[in-house]
Write a protein that binds this ligand. Sequence first.
Ligand code: ADP
Ligand code: MG
Ligand code: MG
Length: 894
Amino acid sequence: MSEERIVYMFDEVDPSKFKTTSELKEFFGGKGAGLANMTSLGLPIPYGFVIPCKHSLHYAEHHEMPSALKDQVKESIAKLEKKSGYVFGDINKPLLLSVRSGAPVSMPGMMDTVLNLGMSKAIAEKMAESNERFAWDSWRRFIMSYSDIVKETGREPYDEIMEDYKEKKGKKLDIELSAAEMKELGDLYLIEYKKLLSTEFPEDPWVQLFGAINAVFVSWDSERAVAYRKMNKIPNYGTAVNVMRMVFGNLNDDSGTGVLFTRSPMDGEKKIMGEFLINAQGEDVVAGVRTPMSMDDLQKERPEIVEEIFGLANKLEDHYKDMQDCEFTVENKKLFFLQTRVGKRTASAAVKIAIDMMDEQYIDEKTAVLRVAPEKIEELLHKRISPTERKSPIVKGFNASPGAVFGKAVFDCGRAIEMKKAGEKVILVRKETKPEDFPGMIASIGILTSRGGKTCHAAVVARGIGLPAIVGAGDLEIDEEAGIAKVSGEVVFKEGSIISIDGLAGNVYVGEVDVVDPEITAEFQRYLELCDKYRKLGVRTNADTPQMASDAIKNGAEGIGLCRTERMFNAEERLPKVVDMIVAESLEEREKALNVLLPLQKGDFKGIFKTMNGKPVTVRLLDPPLHEFLPDYKTMLIEFTELRVKGDHGDRFKELEFMIRKYEELKEENAMLGHRGVRLGNTNPEIYKMQARALIEALIESQNDGIDVHLEIMLPLVSHVNEFTRLVSILKPLASEIMASANFTPKNTIKWGTMIEIPRAALTSNEIAKHAEFFSFGTNDLTQMTYGFSRDDVESKFLMKYIDEIEPPIMKDNPFEHLDPNGVGKLVAISVKDGRSTRPNLKVGVCGETGGDPDSILLYHKYGLNYVSCSPFRVPVARVAAAHAAILDEQGKL
Ligand code: ADP
Ligand code: MG
Ligand code: MG
């Protein structure tokens, strides 16, 4: 009779039968895999067995345990009895068990471990003969934890009994209670159990065991576990159950329990770090009731045991070739390991451990690169909240731009500028931001908004200039007029209150948090250089100022992929000049206004060329619709009405009347889909002509100053090839003319290219590539137009519901953040292929928000792009992600 094998004794698992550790973990769960591995390495672990994950899925479906499972559990207990010499339910030699759940990835919400399973009052009585207090303490703990964990009553009723009892006896601490008192407590607990569950406490060990196994299975589908899986996108693996013999760290002073890391999880130092509690069981270490001793202290007191612990820990690290996090227990001088897993670590520890293990020849260079997740790199580049900070956030928003800061809340851009001048550090709190808020934004050390998503104005600007920002904190009701912020109707802070934001996590705090500085270590530098060695994608930056450009270069950028010229218009003192240009009533007037802007733009370009000396600079000509630069319509209207009511028809009234008319003339229902980019360029070429002149004159002067300029001019929002060719036919001759009259030859040819950000452009790439010398994907607009999602609205309206609320989710990821391989990704792939079919050497980059996103970078590598471009502060992330992409590709895992 060959029956399916359901239950495996630890020494019946053959880890070598699994190709990778993750496959082993998927089958036996993390804990089970660790126990099986430790067994096969010969480490001392309490004997036991594991029920693989898939059986809990079966249970979830059928709500009952297959009888074969029950039979095999019974057989396994028999094997355990035989090997250990203890007998399940026997009074003289009781086999006590721990029952532990263990999913393939560690997951809160799963059933906690039940210790001392198999006890009954009679067993406790017998155990009490040799160690009275230990016996009765274990018994009452077991009743409580069985009720709490298996029967889900919570432990509070029992804690209350304990408190009352201590009060009655005039005692403060648990340890002051005598053995007899513990015994009495056990009796009180039994009464409570019956009261809570209307049934006697099961003294039959088999009922206890199957009850516990059952509870593990059920916990896989508990609300908390399901929510956690959803949030972290963990597949429905099921959970394993591990049953093993108890070892007692609370037997006497030659016993104890501890945890260790084989290297420091904080900074990666190569040193075994750990904590140990003498005469204690399992959770006592974590519970923090007593202060544990450090490994160093333990070494002084029990050098032999520490030597043994270190030997075994090193053996594990040697096997896994990675830092391990272990649990162990000493029972009467005998050491047992109870758990091992790859240890969690901070980003700086991850980098140091990767580089150290490479130097130690544990792992090769490529493995070292893959040991640090690209997203983690962010942690190393910004100020962040100290790991010891305990304050809890008042609200959460989108983590739009990383960095942790605290400062005074201000609700108005003018106030932000004033307060900054007065030397204050301010955090700008707004419902949302608009281009005209830029001066207020740069006067602040952080931004907090209640609206918007990852690609809203506040987010894009903040990321660009490296300003910590949280956007779309929807639970925060912001009253800009009154200068107050509320949560659920209650005021949480006002103008001038100190608040803190953590842009990496998206958390908002009232008051000051503990902040730590970023640190560029030698290992980090080496790690990044290692990444550069393997990556195939170039990494450029989106930068509009010399300052941003030099920040980016420090972070390793190889060029500018996107210089947005409209950002240069936003400076406080320039805006009126831009407005003059916009409201001009005739071509002549407009050209006059443009002539005022020309030297300013030229100056900006020269600054950037100088910083980027020798590196390519892609400059995009004006992109947004013009009315975006005009003052706020509502504000103008209110002022205008007030003047009219007062009967004041002076200059200001006339000015407002004119501006309001202009605004209404320019305003469009769908400005994002409107008169902007090359559309504006084609109807009003004078604007692009001014910009081209500023660029060429800057080029001439810079090159004459000895600067090596690699200029690429990019035309935005092309949908039809003719939009591009018409403009190039105007601008290129202009450029030649300017150069000829200056008797100038550029050292490097000027390239004319386009941003691919409209589906039609992507689909007609072969046409466009006949004329355009480079492409750069603008995935913000491309996503907007591919999905028909307004990028300014969808994230706060419904997109997050699609992802997080509706069950099953309509979408897995935010397509503005992560390139969607079936939507925009497909267009990108087609466009690259078609473009290169016309122009084989077509250079292709991406400069949208996805250009700095690790998941998207994997795809850009796959599609054969030449470079990605991202904000200066994400450049290191992109370097790491690009290296991951190249290595995974080589290993056939992309
Ligand atoms: P978690 O996943 O929460 O770490 P564990 O299953 O590791 O849960 O168990 C919780 C505690 O119980 C640990 O501190 C562990 O040391 C202890 N423990 C688990 N199994 C045994 C055992 N067989 N003997 C003694 N203590 C155990
Ligand atoms: Mg554990
Ligand atoms: Mg665009």
